[in-house]
Design a protein around this ligand. Sequence first.
Ligand code: URA
Length: 442
Amino acid sequence: MTTAAFLPQEVIRRKRDGARLAPEEVAAFVAGLTEGSISEGQAAAFAMAVFFRGLAREECVALTRAMTASGRVLDWSGEERPVLDKHSTGGVGDKVSLPLAGIMAACGAAVPMISGRGLGHTGGTLDKLDSIPGYRSQPDVETFRRAVAEAGCAIIGQTADLAPADRRLYAIRDVTATVESVPLITASILSKKLAAGLQGLVMDVKVGSGAFMTELDDARALAESIVAVAEGAGLTTRALITDMNQVLGRSAGNALEVREAIDYLTGVARDPRLHEVVVALAAELLQIGGLAEDAATAEAAISAALDGGAAAERFQRMVAALGGPGDLIEAPARRLPEAAFRVAAYPETAGTVAAIDVRAVGLAVLSLGGGRRRADGAIDHGVGLTEIAGLGEAVGPERPLAMVHARSEDEAQAAANALRRGFSLGDHGPPSTTTLHARIAL
Ligand code: URA
């Protein structure tokens, strides 16, 4: 609807000059974006105007609602379990969604999780799942629904009919230097979550050298915006700000992270920081969904789901329901792809890890072939890093910075060099480290 009253250039001009847009103006602009009557140039100008002028909360709610309504909204009205999800702003080694989906399903939730691919130096949940042979990460909606019904959880990619206005605007933002805008990120993430038909959401807003937000104040602003706008749009949401000044868990790289998630679920190995983040997010969600009265009850339910094997069993059921092997949990080494070369990346001198440029670690994985150089590029699921050293750990000739899994000796050495540049060693580690920085709730 681009009638005379809603000329796109007038909406852009008003936002450029700092005016507050009416919900109808925002809705008309988004309708034009979806149907194609608004040009790429106009969408880019709008995004840039918002980048500089911002959006008031009501405008951001209007943008979120309009982008949600631009496509299909999933309806879970026949579902008796609370419909819940978690979303992360992205990090390195962030495999939280994999165990969390199984835990939540085991605790009585329905988790229809729409995930993304890797962005920049960060890994994407969808790319990790694509390393499982046969796993269909882009199924039709019926298969998705069946998987949620059978397993209690299903993790898939954004389909073309969910929030198409966001899909178009995001692609334009990506090439016009307008991604880093709190209201645009807020509306983008939430429109997809609302289109998935959720009743509750927990956000994991990452902060640190491996996150898009490197400063706590910026992460807090994004978390507060997401929580307030989600509530304004009718979706109960809480956010945790969690640390990305070191890789989460011990691995980074697609199949390697699936393996770590399986080892976590089965109890073979459970990295304490990864566990802290998984438990904190799952506990929030259980409370949002009315499945636990308080944090202590939630944590007890999570422990029972992990220790009794129900969370691992739910994850396995999800994998099988989406076309993956029925014995992934029992035989991950047989099912997951592996890189041909394995090389230890030793530091030049012995010392203690004082700081990590986690972005550089993510880029090392990308250079190994574990991420994309261009949007349509293929990735190698077997490559990446394991046994990655954390802050405060002693490294030296006996303890490498990480094990590099590569396609060739040359690529392994290049990644090892990048890691040596990314790790700062000293006589001691940082004075303190924090995994959970803040909790944001209305
Ligand atoms: N992820 C999204 O889905 N949208 C953004 O704008 C940024 C990250």
